[in-house]
Design a protein around this ligand. Structure first.
Ligand code: ADP
Length: 371
């Protein structure tokens, strides 16, 4: 490694490729970009750009966001042919995300077979959850074949867990719930900064109401749509992933910022339902961690919407949670009142930096290779 060595983090999704370039020696960020992808040609162009970035910047290691690590991968993993084949086998558990993540891995592997590539899994942080928080009440054989609650947004939770002591001191190791409220949204309940329970399940569709995803609903709705309305699995998937959540309820958009600007009563109803659902899930997760010492808001909505934070916390007043409106309005990091039973924080997440740290560790050869 030299002064100029860099680490590249790639988050390749279906409609965007996000990347961030870091200096390898101090992990300061050099470049960060989101490329919108509408079609195959744009994907090709975007990827050629990334390969050129690798050529031009002395990249010594790449970290990829890989959504699913299944039951096997509880840690970031150096990618070789064997690991790649394992990850391809997991595609059926994350059909909308995993193929895009792995395509980026393969394109880099083709051109730079010797370059270190590390997979950072959304699921990994949740691996150690107690068994009762992993299994669904379905036939045991299905649980055994891997239909379990994996949980996602792991890099975000891991980052928040790593910086929380700077804000909350020893309380960081108590009963903590982190609310990652972005386009995708989930909660993670932690003790000793480890995941104990989370709202997403086998896919990133369950749990909280999201931008366009429904979150938890009566599973009978799915049967009704298929059996009575004659919808195909593909149609139902489109409804639950892309036409529900804030977008579905408002009939307008899944973008929280735009909904907050709207005067339409449907927009207000969508926001109200989003906040109520989030509060109910937060209250529910307090059961898993025996109370609540700190609540952390993060990601696009969590970091930037005082109104959403206020509404969610108002629903939690009976638990003694109280937010200082003036502090909340300015998005300050500490927003609770002195008499609040739980501390409440706003902390900016940094999934890419977390991944860059994992690549740095791998560069120092501390990372195991699955065999
Ligand atoms: P993702 O990374 O999953 O695309 P983000 O974490 O960037 O999502 O969050 C996107 C969401 O955050 C959008 O709904 C957006 O409207 C919302 N958001 C961003 N800034 C604000 C703001 N100032 N006020 C309200 N919502 C905001």
């Amino acid at each position: 490694m030299t002064e100029e060595s860099t680490i590249l983090i790639i988050n390749a999704g279906s409609s965007t490729i996000k990347y961030a370039l870091y200096k390898a020696n101090d992990l300061s960020v050099l470049k960060r970009k989101t490329l919108e992808i509408q079609n195959k040609d744009e994907y090709e162009a975007a990827f050629q750009g990334i390969l050129k970035l690798i050529d031009d910047n002395n990249v010594v290691g790449i970290g990829h966001r890989v959504v699913h690590g299944g039951r096997k991968y509880a840690e970031p993993q150096k990618i070789d042919a064997h690991v790649l084949s394992d990850l391809e086998d997991l595609t059926q558990l994350a059909p909308l995300h995993q193929p895009h993540n792995l395509k980026a891995v393969k394109l880099v592997l083709d051109k730079y077979p010797d370059l270190l590539q590390v997979a950072c899994f959304d699921t990994a942080f949740h691996q150690g959850k107690p068994r009762l928080n992993q299994i669904f009440p379905i036939p045991r054989a299905m649980t055994d074949e891997g239909i379990i609650r994996y949980g996602f947004h792991g890099s975000s939770y891991e980052y928040i867990a790593s910086v929380l002591p700077q804000y909350a001191g020893k309380t960081a190791n108590g009963s903590v719930i982190v609310a990652h409220l972005g386009s995708g949204a989930s909660l993670c309940a932690m003790k000793n900064r480890k995941s104990i329970a989370t709202t997403m399940g086998v896919t990133a569709l369950g749990g909280l109401m999201m931008s366009t995803r429904a979150g938890d609903i009566d599973p009978g709705v799915i049967l009704y749509l298929m059996e009575q309305k004659g919808m195909s699995a593909e149609d139902v998937s489109e409804v639950l992933y892309k036409k529900s959540g804030l977008k579905g309820v408002s009939g307008l958009t899944g973008d929280m910022r735009d909904l907050e600007k709207s005067k339409a009563p449907e927009a207000a109803e969508a926001i109200d339902l989003f906040c109520l659902q989030a509060a109910k899930h937060i209250a529910s997760l307090t059961v898993d961690i025996g109370g609540l010492d700190a609540l952390v808001f993060t990601a696009g909505i969590g970091e930037n919407s005082p109104a959403v934070r206020q509404k969610i916390c108002e629903h939690l007043q009976h638990l003694g949670i109280s937010v200082d409106n003036a502090k909340n309005k300015t998005n300050s990091s500490k927003i609770y009142t002195d008499d609040s039973t739980a501390q409440v924080y706003v902390i900016k997440t940094n999934e890419e930096l977390m991944m860059a740290q994992h690549v740095e560790t791998a560069l120092q050869n501390k990372l195991s290779i699955a065999i």
